[in-house]
Design a protein around this ligand. Sequence first.
Ligand code: SF4
Length: 410
Amino acid sequence: MATHRDVVCPFCGLGCDDLAIDEAPGGGLTVTSTDCPIARDAFGRTVSSSMAAEPPRVAGVAATPEEAVRAAVRALADSRAPLVAGLAADVNGIRAALALAERLGAVVDHVHSEGLYRNLSVMQRTGWITTTLAELRNRCDLLVVVGPDPAAFHPRLYERWVLPAPAFQPAVREVVFLGGEPMAETRTLLAGWPVTVVPGDAASLASALEDPAGAESEMGALAERVRGARYAVVAWAAAGFTGSHADLAVERIVHLVTAVNRHTRCAGLPLTGHDNLVGANQVCTWQFGVPLRVSLAGGEPLHDPHRFAWARFAETADVILWVSAFGTAVPAFPPGCGVIVLAPPGTAVAAEPAVWLPVGTPGIDHAAHIFRTDTVVALRAGRLIDRGLPTAASVLRSIAAALQPETAAC
Ligand code: SF4
């Protein structure tokens, strides 16, 4: 039994880099240093999964990698409205996917971009003031968590970034849950800490900040504490917001941060980034000058966050190339379109795709760069085991290399 130490976890935007993982003689991985359910499940999927256990398939029939690549090329070469999406891959995999999409003239999007756009649409409309996880840990003395507890999406948020004593802050850190309840695990973790749960929302706190007369109310008391903070951080996980106008909840949070800055230092911290969502958006932006949800069909990138959301465009796409290198379940697609899936063995698929190409998981089967939720840090995750699986980037490059030059749409 070998033990890997200081392993970088690539599965959510926190990018924890302190995992200890046991490797069984057969190659199966077991996380031993944390109870994080996401990490335990994701690394644990390596048990009994390999290229040999689930080889490539074409129309449900086992095929060689070369045959599967040829089948993918045939489908893509005939496509008139291709979608290259999922984009759950490391930076190299995303770069290869976008290069292929450019040749095909495809629409590109990430599987989790719905949550991203609850934030990005506000940033595009109003701008915002945000900070980093390091600032949260080292400088924040008052953390206001708005809405559902982000620990549901980022299980080690408090353990890694809130419980450690601030390096540049003499005060004890206080945590307030505004308009949401902490999960039971969070309550246990923060037991003994100054934790307050306040009903209401970001807009009512912003109003209370400007109304010292209401100091007797619960919201007025919170406003008083916010005004007295040295460095307040307002955190939220947009993926947890429900409703068709969840971006308006984010907009109220962003306005709250602006309002607090009239009294003391304050910054927002949007928590996101599963399956390298932030990395996909970064690569798209630096390659094409616009964020995700972009069409490359017209010779130059066309960004439209409504039309080119993958779930919407899938209704009109004739071929979908879906990349899910982190093993997130592959969704159901409209009947009639050809689906090519790149994913690790054992990934759940809603329906048998036209072409199935197994690939390795970044940070498990190969070294990889992954962006953290705060967008300023790209972590390098190492390779842990060899299951004989190619990288998503290499498979995507094979497909691109096999396309005839005249297939290029732009
Ligand atoms: S909190 Fe996120 S990055 Fe940290 S171990 Fe869990 S899934 Fe991995």
